[in-house]
Write a protein that binds this ligand. Structure first.
Ligand code: PLP
Length: 341
């Protein structure tokens, strides 16, 4: 049987057309600022995200860490939601690379609320490390791909500003948020000092993320990228894939969202899973497994019938829809899963 891989939107393979575009990309040495395709991508992403400038980085992790490095200061704290990517999946990079300590906020729905910020900020006393940065993740991955709408975003940003924090957007899936809300991505970056946006997730590029900010901050980011080992050379081959992804795979994200809802509705009908399909706003579905079993066990059972999902803890499964699974593949996955129960 054909495996249906719903572990992540990072598992997509570049299409023949994307590969063809990559083959013919114009290139140069990007450390010298001479790769025309990279420069085009950086200009394009700055334009659609509403920032003055952007910088091609190999990974989302590096983009986030450059942001924290530049907005924070060693010996200070970074305020973010518990289960944020910057806390749980970046291997303590903020501590190792920048001397920063995360200050996680317990949330009601996996996303920050404006009233939660002031309480997480350290008081101005000699025996507390000051807070310097606020990170907002949109969409919020571990919350099940939930979306910060413009109002909530503005209120949380204002709360951070009131505390004097630099504000960074982890926008690995900003595009999904924009598509879900039916707004341009630039409307979801207002008020941020910096952002990381992803090319290798829902958009289906093989590699790459963008760090976005003011001209001045991006100039500093270019140094930080080199220092972190991310200075790349004839990387227009990869930038071309990013340009192709933005041009061809952006609007179709609605299909991933519809497929995720279809999956959530199907799972909700099975006796084994707890999931409210109404909470599925983008391409991620988080479902709770029954008490008598564990998420890793369920993942194992699914794998045996050729359906790959992820266990994010002992109780929860995560499914992510993407470019390489269509509605009929989701239907097929549901058939195989329901045959198990
Ligand atoms: C919300 C979020 N931020 C950041 C990243 C980091 O991206 P990368 O895997 O390219 O380092 C990811 C992806 O894994 C993510 O889901």
């Amino acid at each position: 049987v054909k495996t249906i891989d719903l572990r992540s939107d990072t598992v997509t393979k570049p299409s023949a057309a994307m590969r063809q575009a990559m083959v013919t990309a114009e290139v140069g040495d990007d450390v010298y600022g001479e790769d025309p395709t990279v420069l085009r991508l950086e200009e394009r992403v700055a334009e659609i995200t509403g920032f003055e400038a952007s910088l091609f980085v190999p990974t989302g992790t590096m983009g986030n860490q450059i942001g924290l490095h530049l907005l924070g200061r060693a010996g200070t704290e970074v305020v973010c939601a518990e289960k944020s990517h910057v806390v749980d999946y970046e291997l303590a990079a903020m501590a190792v690379l920048s001397g920063l300590l995360p200050r996680t906020v317990q949330t009601v729905d996996g996303m920050l609320a404006p009233g939660e910020i002031a309480g997480a900020v350290a008081p101005d006393v000699v025996y507390r490390a000051p807070s310097t940065v606020l990170v907002i993740e949109n969409t919020a991955n571990m919350a099940g791909g939930r979306v910060y709408g413009q109002e909530r975003l503005a209120a949380v940003i204002e709360a951070g500003r009131a505390e004097g924090l630099g504000i960074h957007l982890d926008g690995a899936r900003l595009w999904n948020a924009a598509i879900a809300l039916g707004v341009p991505p630039a409307s979801l970056t207002v008020g941020f000092d910096s952002a990381m946006v992803g090319l290798s997730k829902g958009l289906g590029a093989p590699v790459g993320s963008m760090f976005c900010a003011s001209e001045a901050l991006v100039a500093e980011a270019r140094r930080a990228r080199k220092r972190f080992g991310g200075g790349m050379r004839q990387v227009g081959i990869l930038a071309e894939a990013g340009l192709f992804a933005l041009a061809h795979n952006y609007e179709r994200l609605v299909e991933d969202h519809a497929a995720a809802r279809q999956l959530a509705h199907g799972l909700a009908e099975l006796p084994r899973f707890e999931i409210d399909p109404e909470t599925v706003e983008t391409n991620i579905v988080v479902a709770k497994v029954p008490r008598e079993t564990t998420a890793p066990e369920v993942v194992g059972a699914f794998e045996a019938v050729g359906v790959l999902a992820g266990a994010i803890d002992r109780e929860h499964l995560r499914f992510v829809t993407h470019l390489d699974v269509d509605r009929s593949a989701v239907e097929e996955a549901l058939d195989r899963i329901s045959a198990l129960s």
